[in-house]
Design a protein around this ligand. Sequence first.
Ligand code: FAD
Ligand code: MG
Length: 340
Amino acid sequence: MEKRTLKRALAALCAVCVLPFSGCAEKKAETTFLAMDTVMSVSVYGENAREAADACRAEAERLEKLLSVTDGNSEIYAVNNAGGAPVSVSAETAELLEKALELCQRTAGALDVTVYPLVRAWGFTTGEYRVPDESELAALLENVDHSRVSVENGEVTLPAGMELDLGAVAKGYTADRLAEILSGMGVESALLNLGHNIHLIGSKPDGSDWVIAVQSPDGGGYAGTLAVSACAVVTSGGYERFFTDENGETHHHIIDPATGQSAASGIISATIVGKSGLVCDALSTAVYVMGAEKAVSLWRESSDFEMLLIGADGGITVTAGIAEAFTPTDTDADITVVTR
Ligand code: FAD
Ligand code: MG
C-alpha cells in the first residue's frame, strides 16, 4: 500500500472510533490488518478469541480477492472486462450483487453500483485527481444505470462499457460475514472496525453498551457518541477522500449518479445504524447522496435502520430509534429528532 493510501486508511480507522473501556477480565484477542484499502481491526472477547480474530482476517482477505474491482483475478474484474458477455460467478457474488441491486432500486438510484467509470474519471481510483468536463461526464453517465445489470442463473451480464464497483457495500457485507463466523464460533462479544464500518457483536464483555464516537466532519474531534450494541454503525463522509481543484473547489469520492459530480446534498456525514452491515453501508452512501429530506422519507417507510445526519450548517438530524443513544459533544448543538 502506498504512503498516501496508508495515511488515509489510518485516518479512516480513527474516524469512527470506539472509546476505550476498562475493567474487563475476559480473554481478548486483537488483529489489525490492511484490506480493501483500509485499516481493519477486530477485537474479540471470550474463549475462542484468538482463533476467531484470525478467522476474521482470513475471511476479509478472501472477500477482497473476490470483490475487488482492481484485482485482475476477482470475479468483479471478470464481469467488468467481459465486453458485454455473460460471466459465471460464484453463488456468493451473485447473491451479494442481487442484494446490492435491490438497494440501488430501494434508494431510487442514489446508490448505483455501476458508478465506477465516473469514480475513475475523477481519479479516485488512482489518486491522480482531475475534473472531467461536462461532455465527458455526459458520455460516462450513459454507462451508469444499475437497472441494466442482469443476474440470472449464476451469470452476470453487464452491457459493454459499463463497470461494477461494490466499494460502497462490500465492507458492510464483509462485516456481516465476519459476524456470522464469530457467531458460529460461539463468540458473544466482539467489535469489528472495517474503516468506517463498525460492527458490534453483542455488548461489551461487562454487558454494557459499546460507545462509538462519530467523527466531526470538520476534522475537529467528534460530533458525539452513540451507545449501542449488537448492530452495525456505518458512516459515509466526503471529508477524507477528496481533492481541491485549481479553482479552490473540493470534490470527494461519493458521486451523485444523477449528475456525475460529487454529491452535494447538504449532508456532510451520514451514519446509519442497523442489524445488517450491508444495508447500513449501502444506505450511508445513498443517504449522503439523496439528502436529508429524502432520507427521512426513506426512514419513515423502513424498519431496518436508524440514522444520524450532520448537515453542512452543523445541524444534526437523528431518528427516534437512536435519539436516546446519542450524546452530542456540544450540548448547544442544533439537534432535530425525527419521529415516524
Ligand atoms: P462509501 O460511502 O461506503 O462508498 C463510497 C465508494 O463507493 C466510492 O469510493 C466509490 O468507489 C463508490 N461510490 C461512489 N459513489 C457511489 C454511489 N452513488 N453509489 C455506489 N457506489 C458509489 N481503493 C483503492 O484506492 N485501491 C484499491 O486497491 C482498493 N481495493 C478495494 C477492494 C475492495 C474489495 C473494496 C471493497 C474496496 C477497495 N478500495 C480500494 C476502496 C474503494 O474504492 C472505496 O474507496 C471504499 O470502499 C470507500 O468506502 P467508504 O466507506 O469510504 O465509502
Ligand atoms: Mg457505503
